[in-house]
Design a binder for this molecule. Sequence first.
Ligand code: NDP
Ligand code: MG
Length: 394
Amino acid sequence: MQRITILGATGSIGVSTLDVLARHPDKYQVLALSAHARVEELAEQCAQFRPARAVVGSADAATRLSALLRARGLDHIQVEHGEAALCSIASSAEVDTVMAAIVGAAGLAPTLAAARAGKKILLANKEALVMSGQLFMDAVHQHGATLLPIDSEHNAIFQSLPQAYARQPGAAGVAKILLTASGGPFLNRAVETLEHVTPDEACKHPNWSMGRKISVDSATMMNKGLEVIEAHWLFGAPASLIEVVIHPQSVIHSMVSYVDGSVIAELGNPDMRTPIANALAFPERIESGVAQLDLTSIGTLQFYKPDFARFPCLALAFESLEAGGTAPALLNAANEVAVQAFLERRIGFRDIDRVIARVMHENAHHAASSIEAVMDCDARARAAAQAIVAGLAR
Ligand code: NDP
Ligand code: MG
């Protein structure tokens, strides 16, 4: 039995994870679940999966969850709240595996706690790795944690690399890591109309069903930028080895091109239960509930070069990776603030890249010498981004 904590259980990845786990009650036991504010959904999950502990974001949410659990006769579930409780369910001696599926910087502390406790980490929360890159990877190695990528592209790359050389692309004969991108909902929309698109239009992804933050990131292609940085840290690959390829069908989830001319890819239907099942069972395989890929019904696979002028966020992400240190943390924090402001209709869609560019160019980045330095940079970038948003607000 693998004993599992799911951080962010009520989100898109959390729900897909529970769907896979429910298919294999003989293999996995849910020990702890977390949500932020959606306590009704968490109470439903608690009723189905009977964890020992449930963590929410505030004392008020904890009170409401306790009442819901009591009404269901589930008083034995320990209800807690706050960051220390998240870190505790991520590092508890009773837990083997942690699904890190909180969205944004809020996931860093608990995911790092899982790394320091030497857990098997299924990493969906790319923002944590983007912010803390080297520090996070050092913690993984120092404490003997196992890091398995959930992001579909990185899971595909992981499956396409020889395991013996998982973090030495040079030694493995890798010529390029080809990171595929759907291009999101605005791939072919007239650029001048992007100024006025709505949050609902931005969240209408052509292939994937996801949380709202990552959906906006896909529309700006910041998601792909964050994924370039994520691939850099996960696979020890310099930016020059990583190429973004637009592939609107999202059937090929990414590829590795080798010096002998071979290209190895992972293909499948666009459904996150595949990478989740892959990481849960690795190195074995389990059923995920995803239908087998029917290539003849798809017929055509297309590929294009990305347009950096249409998607300035992608260029900003490459720039932050080249700059190094806390520059990716600046980028990430500014992006989180700008995306939230866009979702709340306080700024326009194209203001997102303007806010990020200004935060990056008006604030110094430093060596990422400690988690405290990273969090300090994150806080500074958030304050700077909020001030710019206030100036732009419509
Ligand atoms: P969702 O917005 O659907 O879910 C986020 C989860 O995190 C929810 O459980 C939410 O709780 C919780 N949460 C939100 N804010 C906080 C906070 N401040 N503190 C603690 N918990 C919080 O996101 P997704 O599932 O789409 O994405 C999760 C992560 O996975 C992101 O980092 C994303 O980039 C990554 N990812 C997602 C993919 C997808 O297909 N969705 C694909 C690849 C990567 P509540 O429900 O109570 O608000
Ligand atoms: Mg992805």
